[in-house]
Design a protein around this ligand. Sequence first.
Ligand code: EPU
Length: 336
Amino acid sequence: MTVTANLTALNTLQLAATAQRLVTVTSQEQLQAELAQAVAAEPINVLGGGSNVVLHKMLPGTTLLMNIMGREVLSDDGRHVIARAGAGESWHEWVLWCHHRGFHGLANLALIPGSVGAAPIQNIGAYGIEVAQCIEAVHATHRETGESAILSPDKCEFRYRDSVFKHPQGEGWIITAVDFALDRGAPVEANYPSLRARLSEATLTHDAVLASVMAIRRERLPDPVITPNVGSFFKNPVISLQDVDILRQNFPEVPVYPGPDAGMKVSAAWLIDQLGWRGEERGGVRVSSDHALVLEGCGASSAVPWLSLAEAISSSVEDAYGVSLELEPRVMGRSD
Ligand code: EPU
């Protein structure tokens, strides 16, 4: 199906963006055919669940709405399972499908909005787990060459909320399916403080972890079906041990966690919260009163107020702590 389309219902900020040409992609073959006939000079945008994007008014060129479905078990030795999901599958439905079959590894990532195909791009993570830990391979087709490939985790260059798919050397790949390595005998992962606090020794089961993760998310994070949001609007900044020492001299209570590349992750929510941003509303966007890292829509219909509130927050954080914040969602399209 090919139409010029309003994308309001296809992004969780409910921004009134227009795609010059929207194509719903339901198979890899169709994707290759679309790429073969795309005009070389025109952009190709890829949209999954629309739950981690900030859309400007116009998406020129072709926007591909990834709707490739399918869930299957590829191998099963009685304990270790390799299972595949199409890029268009709902992430949460996939987590439940695996969980109900006893294929463990993904329970801590329950209720994250979005699609399976988007999960590797920002290496979704929550409650002590990152999706990269369970990825066996990523199937992708290149938007310029039309070439299809199976990328090993190594090639995906997973980092904290980051992968090769967000960088020039990898952003040409369009993810069509993901293979997961799951384990019937996996231990539960319950070390994340807010999760651990809910679980007693007697309830350290995969069922209890799944239920607790869902309960915590429902308490602390707004439901994008009801309140426009993309979860965390900023990444937790990663700084060196030396810079942590400097920060702690002035702010001894700042929460820090081990981060990638021998750095430390600093709680962006805490930095923002201390500056009094919680509940602040500007131009139809507000800082959630339940979680300072989450922005919520309360009337805004364009990307501009979202990005200007984000800018005001990050400059105040930079001024107060000398720490730079990076946006977590991707900004797409043109504002003119
Ligand atoms: N905190 C505050 N004020 C707040 C909220 C939190 O000071 O308003 C402090 C508290 O000290 C709390 C700490 O921040 O203990 C950490 O908060 P939380 O456990 O909610 O984790 P987070 O670092 O803010 C990250 C992810 C979330 C994920 C949670 C749980 C990022 C950018 N965000 O948030 O992911 O659900 O951990 O694992 O890494 C997302 O990416 O969209 C997302 C929601």
